[in-house]
Write a protein that binds this ligand. Structure first.
Ligand code: SF4
Length: 465
């Protein structure tokens, strides 16, 4: 059975009077700025598939729907707009800045649909048996809390479970301030037991929950917008860079096989008309000759008219000439490279995933394959404990001189990473107690020898043509 509603769809293969109906919610973002740079709620979409395949009724309400007509026509809303390849700007409403961020000389917004539209969508779904809400950045918790508050008003007494990155990295804070009844940190393997204890319902696909390779494709059909689709061919990363949470969020490395990768892309294109796909992998090209490689070869052979984007950086060490040729031939359009620094001593200190020689070789291979510099952005970390503004400035110039675009990645301290302790010691703000200070725009690790003004100047330098 599939029930269509104007804003979402509900799909279930079983009698709704006997099976639980679960509402999945992608919450609002609260921040100074937020852009949809290929940011779909992948975790919720996979959870939706797992629940639906296991016999539950599911619906998804996406508070970040950029194309909601009510919201974009509302006089109190700064409307969203579209950019290239499915990206865009979220509609937003100015809201009071949280007290800890008062000193930031910028306006603060709730990004996403108008609250009235959110309530309308909720009323359209009907009352669920359980609500699951996702989370991403730790410093977006006020938006999450506000989302939960509306859910409580609309569906009093319905349990709300919170999962995702914030719930995993800051479970205690999330338990106190997230507003949910239950925090689900980490992987979903234990979910079927929790669901059974909550609803008495035994999912029919328990084995599918065990690990990434068993998970079904994300429920792309539930997305309100089809501008692009997220795709995840593997989880985990073999590196353990001290500033990154990858190892904490996905400790095991697992990859999908080539048939499954190809099928997901081909079906997304054929059935939903999607042309732009964004890879969400942390280590897309590493050890991928038996997985992603054959899938891309097949895409080339069959002439699928699709485009690929890599918002998470590629590993530069993987950019051999043959990989670059295949990326170009199969339709990769937006590339981001994780260089992070041009000081090789620092690169070694941060885990040794790349050095400048590798960068120059990889870039040469990309150019030889046919990519031009406008398609290539290079991430440079900025403001980490122990870094100086001068070294970042030199890295910006070095990258620009190679004909590609530097992208400043402002340091955001992340709980549980190896660098966290150093960040706590170096910051004059209570980053351990207040996740709002993790906001990269706020730059909580500012210090006399690397000031907030230094950060702004480096961002300006990187943006210069
Ligand atoms: S290589 Fe990238 S994904 Fe892997 S740990 Fe380092 S920063 Fe994280």
């Amino acid at each position: 059975m599939a029930v269509a509603c104007k804003h979402f769809s509900v799909g279930t293969g079983m009698d709704m009077s006997r099976t639980p109906f679960i509402l999945l919610v992608n919450p609002w973002i609260t921040d100074f700025a937020a852009h949809d740079l290929w940011t779909k709620p992948m975790g919720l979409l996979i959870l939706a598939s797992l629940l639906r395949n296991g016999g539950c009724g599911v619906a998804l309400v996406d508070c970040l729907d950029r194309h909601d007509p009510f919201t974009n026509a509302h006089p109190d809303v700064l409307p969203g707009h579209d950019k290239k390849f499915g990206t865009g700007k979220y509609p937003r409403m100015r809201i009071p800045k949280p007290e800890p961020l008062f000193e930031m000389p910028r306006f603060y917004y709730r990004h996403g649909i108008h609250p009235e539209s959110f309530r309308k969508k909720l009323r359209c779904t009907g009352s669920p048996d359980l609500i699951c809400i996702g989370s991403t950045m730790t410093y977006w918790y006020p938006g999450l809390r506000e989302t939960v508050a509306v859910l409580r008003e609309e569906f009093p007494g319905v349990p709300v479970w919170l999962g995702g990155i914030y719930a995993t990295l800051c479970p205690e804070h999330a338990a106190r301030f997230g507003g949910a009844d239950r925090i689900i940190p980490g992987p979903v393997a234990g979910f079927p037991d929790l669901l059974k204890s909550q609803t008495g319902f035994d999912l029919t696909n328990r084995a599918d929950w065990a690990g990434f390779r068993n998970w079904p494709p994300p429920a792309l059909d539930l997305m309100p917008g089809r501008d692009y689709a997220p795709i995840l061919t593997g989880v985990g990363c073999p590196y353990r860079c001290p500033y990154c949470a990858s190892g904490r969020l996905q400790p095991r490395r697992e990859r999908l096989g080539p048939e499954r990768i190809y099928e997901e892309i081909a079906r997304g294109h054929a059935e939903l008309g999607i042309c732009d796909f964004a890879f969400y992998d942390d280590a897309l090209l590493l050890d991928a000759r038996g997985t992603l490689w054959p899938a891309l070869e097949r895409i080339v052979k069959e002439g699928l008219p699709v485009r690929f984007h890599v918002p998470n950086a590629l590993h530069i060490r993987a950019l051999s000439r043959d990989w670059c040729d295949l990326l170009f031939a199969s339709g990769f359009r937006t590339l981001r490279l994780g260089l992070e620094t041009t000081l090789d001593s620092k690169s070694r200190e941060w885990g040794g995933k790349v050095d400048t020689e590798m960068f120059l070789a990889g870039l040469g291979n990309l150019f030889a394959a046919g990519f031009d510099g406008s398609r290539i952005g290079v991430y440079l970390l900025c403001g980490l404990p122990g870094q100086t503004p001068e070294e970042v400035g030199r890295a910006v110039e070095f990258v620009r001189e190679r004909g590609v675009r530097p992208h400043i990645a402002e340091y955001s301290p992340i709980p549980g990473t190896p660098m966290w302790k150093q960040a706590v010691e170096c910051s004059r703000y209570d980053i351990a107690g207040e996740p709002l200070f993790h906001n990269n725009s706020f730059f909580a690790c500012r210090r006399p020898d690397f000031t907030y003004e230094d950060m702004l100047a480096l961002k300006k330098l990187a943006r210069m043509p």
